[in-house]
Design a protein around this ligand. Structure first.
Ligand SMILES: [Zn+2]
Length: 325
């Protein structure tokens, strides 16, 4: 086995976490799972991450034709943008994707269009590189409860809408963990304290649905997982406690949205109210966890999430009827 690559860490049960390099270190992960010489990638990062993924495969001593699966949790570009570029390097792999996402990886034009609408042309080019289509003949659509097998290791797909309707999560019985994509929130390592880790729910555009998200998180927690493999970022434990906290924050975010809905603000004012409200909520949670980061540092690390979460909440307020407390 070659030496450990700079951007990847083995974390037990044949699983490697790979830092894709998107945005900043320890922001966006892809995972490699190796079982008896066969392998699967779960999430890929962008096309710019593919050299890191292949370097990890080499370090794990796995040949490219021994990769059976590439499994994006959903088709947002920080999770699946590199799928086509990666698949081109893996001659025998199948791409397993949610049925609502499959067509967008076969023809990524719609995906690129919506990314440009959110981030702008230049940022899409800088952050995502080239998005290569995946050959339709190599694509398999998942179904809720479907089990795939990696060299005898069962992996179960769960349909998990709420962050996006094209989102599935992957249950690994061996490690008693879910690969959660964005469904079980975000947890950045900069916010870890001696009291634990901080997890915040994603409420990003364009398909945020708090009721569906609550149900999807509940279905995962019902398995009593010991760990969650988050794309943003890494493997976390203490799941029962964090699950309760995530529900609590989701309720707080919904209550914030409903308060702002009643104010009937103009779009600009509403956006400001949402970003201010979310910032206050996040800072309060960090303080409660004993975080010693300054307010400026914390808000700087969360700037993109605050902006996108506010945009996603505005979209939800525009399309959904009020949620009763
Ligand atoms: Zn996403």
């Amino acid at each position: 086995m070659a030496s450990c690559p700079e951007h990847a860490t083995p974390i037990g049960h044949g699983i490697w976490v790979i830092d894709t390099g998107y945005q900043r270190p320890m922001f966006d992960a892809a995972y490699l799972m190796v079982e008896q010489g066969r392998a699967a990638f779960i999430d890929t990062g962008t096309s710019l991450a593919v050299p890191r993924l292949l370097e990890t495969l080499d370090a794990a001593g796995v040949a490219r034709d021994a990769v059976d699966w590439v499994i994006p949790t959903h088709v947002h570009l920080d999770h699946a943008g590199g799928a086509g570029t990666l698949m081109a390097e893996l001659p025998t792999a199948k791409l397993l994707v949610h049925p609502r996402g499959a067509r967008h990886l076969i023809n990524p034009n719609v995906l690129l269009g919506s990314a440009r609408a959110v981030y702008g042309d230049e940022e899409v080019r800088r952050a995502y590189g080239t998005v290569v289509p995946v050959d339709a003949g190599r694509v398999i659509e998942s179904a809720d409860g479907m089990v795939i097998v990696l060299a005898g290791r069962p992996l179960t797909l769960l349909d998990t809408p709420g962050h996006a309707r094209h989102h599935h999560c992957l249950w690994d019985e061996r490690s008693q963990g879910f690969f959660t994509g964005d469904t079980f929130g975000l947890s950045y390592r900069e916010f870890d304290t001696p009291h634990g880790v901080w997890l915040l729910p994603t409420t990003t555009p364009t398909q945020f649905d708090p009721i569906a998200l609550h149900a999807s998180i509940g279905r995962m927690l019902a398995q009593q997982p010991q760990r969650m493999y988050l794309t943003h970022y890494g493997c976390i434990g203490d799941i029962a406690k964090l699950g309760r906290d995530l529900f609590d924050q989701l309720d707080a975010v919904v209550a914030l949205g409903e308060r702002i809905r009643l104010q009937q603000l103009a779009p600009d004012e509403r956006h400001t109210a949402l970003t201010n409200g979310l910032s206050a909520l996040y800072l309060q949670r960090l303080e409660r966890l004993g975080s010693t980061l300054t307010r400026e540092h914390a808000l700087g690390l969360l700037a993109m999430d605050i902006e996108l979460n506010a945009q996603g909440m505005a979209g939800w307020l525009d399309t959904a009827s009020p949620v009763k407390p």
